[in-house]
Design a binder for this molecule. Structure first.
Ligand code: HEC
Ligand code: HEC
Length: 398
């Protein structure tokens, strides 16, 4: 295909995205919500009435996801690692007010038992919604046993946590909220604190106009889910390439992509486009930090010895932002992470452990140059264009 043709095809796509956005998003999400914070009667926090970028407000008042990937619904060209593969099922359809309320809740440490830790403490927007630590730190400086994953594109996931022990966002968040070493609150305390805030009572009324006066747990879960599901990252340079604009990637990156998709490296068998995860659990035998015992991973929640040391295959979107890597945070750089795959099947499995390593984990014998190209490619998966805004101030005043 000629370069010119590719460019004009891309231009058309770009124009159609631009049209979707102009039509419906009169007020940009982030700006709109904060600029209104000073108005309104009973509360000075007025929730945004417009959808985040990438979403379209439907007639019934809900925000629906709009992505070029929605055009790819046929199986044609959708084999393993195919670039034009359709998106998996996802969560959307929340109101703009619910999403904006979730944004405030996400950043507000009032959700924790002692008012010091928010979701954003461990899922920082600037760090790919992870925290830059090998393993996270909760209330009172207590350590959590694993690293915080990115939250970009969680709307598409079927399993949550490294060991896949939760199946919905609502179920997942009850983990950190009520864990003593994370946010250390209780359902009773959470409800009573938020109901004690005039600002929050008014904001919940805006987000749930048909509900009674009292803030309920389910509303808290729903609003946080609505916000998390708005964190969409599908517009990286890789995506532009996938949609037909070949100039979006340079030669080294394309070489890296080809290695990534090759039957030698086999990365795309597990990290399958477009999310760069096939959402399964896999045993790789990645190392723990020195002195730490093997993490049994999915063996525990699934009560299945064949899943000993199995972890959820993470999406690689925005992975350049979320160092250090793996459930343990053992690898500091992408180069070190990628090198793991070529050091020999089972090379880091502790003696005496007999793990059921995944059959795609083998001896690809990638060269140093090939590893570099893989890293080049992973950097093309960065897209933070729909980054939500941190609230300038919080309803709790904290
Ligand atoms: C103390 C740090 C900390 C806090 C606070 C925290 N998280 Fe997490 N989060 C983590 C860690 C660590 C994991 C992975 C734990 C595991 O897999 O066992 C995680 C996992 C997740 C996941 C699963 C992602 C995936 O791909 O499986 C979601 C979603 C999430 N957190 C959302 C939230 C929300 C919403 C809040 C606030 C209610 C929150 N987190 C508060 C550290 C934290
Ligand atoms: C058998 C499935 C499988 C294959 C093949 C595979 N991965 Fe992974 N990948 C995983 C799993 C599972 C993890 C998490 C492991 C852990 O935490 O111990 C992971 C983690 C990663 C991470 C770290 C992500 C993060 O957020 O911490 C990167 C980067 C990565 N893989 C890149 C690659 C590359 C490049 C290849 C090809 C050379 C590859 N993977 C092949 C399953 C796979």
């Amino acid at each position: 295909m000629s370069n010119l043709f590719a460019r004009s095809a891309f231009l058309l796509l770009a124009i159609s995205i631009a049209l979707i956005s102009c039509e419906k998003e009169v007020e940009p999400f982030a700006v709109g919500s904060d600029s209104q914070e000073t108005l309104s009667g009973d509360s000075d926090f007025k929730l945004s009435g417009s959808c985040p970028p990438g979403f379209e407000l439907t007639e019934d008042g809900n925000c629906k996801l709009r992505s070029i990937y929605q055009q790819y619904n046929s199986l044609e060209n959708a084999g393993v690692g195919g670039l034009k593969t359709a998106l998996p099922d996802y969560r959307d359809g929340f109101t703009p007010q619910q999403i904006d309320l979730g944004r405030y809740l996400f950043f507000d440490p009032i959700l924790s038992g002692d008012g010091t830790v928010s979701c954003a403490t461990c899922h920082q927007p600037e760090k790919g919604f992870a925290d830059g630590l090998a393993t996270s730190v909760g209330v009172g400086g207590q350590e959590v046993s694993r690293g915080a994953p990115s939250l970009w594109n969680v709307a598409f996931l079927k399993l949550f946590f490294w060991d896949g022990r939760a199946t919905t966002l609502e179920e997942q968040m009850q983990g950190p909220l009520f864990a003593e070493n994370e946010m250390a609150t209780t359902p009773e305390k959470l409800i009573s604190t938020l109901n004690g805030s005039e600002q929050y009572r008014s904001m919940f009324k805006q987000a749930f106009p048909n509900s009674d006066e009292k803030i309920e747990l389910d509303e808290i879960y729903l609003a946080l889910t609505a916000f998390e599901a708005s964190l969409i990252s599908l517009n990286s340079r890789y995506d532009q390439y996938a949609h037909g604009y070949h100039g979006a990637l340079n030669e080294k990156e394309i070489e890296g992509m080809n290695i990534f998709r090759s039957f030698v490296a086999r990365c795309a068998e597990c990290h399958t486009p477009p999310l760069f995860t096939n959402q399964q659990l896999a045993v790789l035998g990645t190392p723990e930090p020195d002195g730490k015992a093997l993490d049994a991973g999915a063996e525990i929640p699934y009560n299945d010895p064949t899943l000993r040391g199995a972890f959820k295959i993470p999406s690689l979107r925005n992975v350049a932002k979320t160092a250090p890597y793996m459930h343990s945070g053992k690898f500091k750089t992408l180069r070190e992470t990628v090198e793991f795959y070529t050091k020999g099947r089972g090379h880091a499995v502790p003696e005496g452990e007999n793990l059921y390593l995944h059959w795609h984990i083998w001896e690809p014998e990638l060269t140093d140059a090939e590893l570099d190209r893989l890293v080049d490619f992973l950097h093309t998966l960065t897209d933070e264009s729909f980054m939500p805004k941190r609230p300038d101030r919080l309803p709790s005043g904290l």
